[in-house]
Design a protein around this ligand. Sequence first.
Ligand SMILES: [Zn+2]
Length: 167
Amino acid sequence: MNEQNFQSHEIRDRIVIQYKYTMGGQSKFFLELMNNKKILGTKCKKCGKVWMPPRINCSECFADTDWVEMPHTGIIKVSTIVWYTTSAFIQSVPYGIAFIQLDKADTGMLQGIFSENLVPSKVKKGQRVKAVFKKKEDREGKMTDFFFVPEDEYDSWIAKPQYEGGS
Ligand SMILES: [Zn+2]
């Protein structure tokens, strides 16, 4: 074969892979979120630090932790507005993401922030936020089952047909 004149023939195709994965020791967080709209953190049995997102063992002193129910309110510690993302979220652009410290938590969690008026003054550090949940039939036991909104927009978000408030 004359290598210089070689031309490969390529056909575009697609591979679909079905798979499942386990949330392991953190399964309880996702099950309580999906079934009961509870947001669970963990509290260290030794030093008392409250981890949110939950950790099965304390990252400070390595002791076991207990599950604790967290409030649905917190405060933005760091935030930004997202304009480019993957196909899974592109229809929601623009939206905010933030490290949120829930009330009573000692650590921050990364989660989406939606706002009727998505301007930096609404998603900035110090803004108080509250969790809004997808309706039960739409919840899948994933982080996308809920998001946060500025506290003063909470009532209008949970009035939307596709969302509801927590307990
Ligand atoms: Zn500890």
